[in-house]
Design a protein around this ligand. Sequence first.
Ligand code: ZN
Length: 196
Amino acid sequence: MIETIAKQTGAAFKLNKGDKLKVIDPQGEQVSDMVLFNAEDKREKLSSGKTLDFEETILITKGHHLWSNRSRKMMEILEDTNGRNDFLLAPCSPETFQIMYQNPEYHPSCFENLYTNLAQFGLEPDDVPTAFNIFMNVQFAADGKLTVAPPTSKAGDYVLLEAKMDLIVGLTACSAEQSNNYSFKPIQYEIIKAQN
Ligand SMILES: [Zn+2]
């Protein structure tokens, strides 16, 4: 069954080892932040640093694994029809909009949408790691300068991932203007249970 995450919101759910998760961009140009925790011991969680180290690239896509802070495989990327994701930048948070965009008003954010949905599993805001930012298009220059470009994802593009351990997953439809070409759209996901 395909679930829909409304624009500027999030979801959290469990995934068993061997289950597959399909994250879909139904309209195109929409980022989805994903964080992972070991369901048996939530101190083990997704690690950008370990993943970039072991995969020897900052462009994580089909054929790569997402690794934990304990150097274990959490997910394998089986398919990636768009092929561009980011694993450098932290989830957008209220402070992102204050510091980078001088916006003092309330603004929805991936960080808030992650920790509020993850609270049902006993997780707290400080537990949220750097997210795997599906469909996010961060460009980097030779001098190290980073820029956020519009996603290259088209309607129907998806990433298919397989759980390598029992997981708690947090997933969003990102709320940052620049990351989503200045329009907020939903994200869809489907859990494909392992045959047993
Ligand atoms: Zn975001």
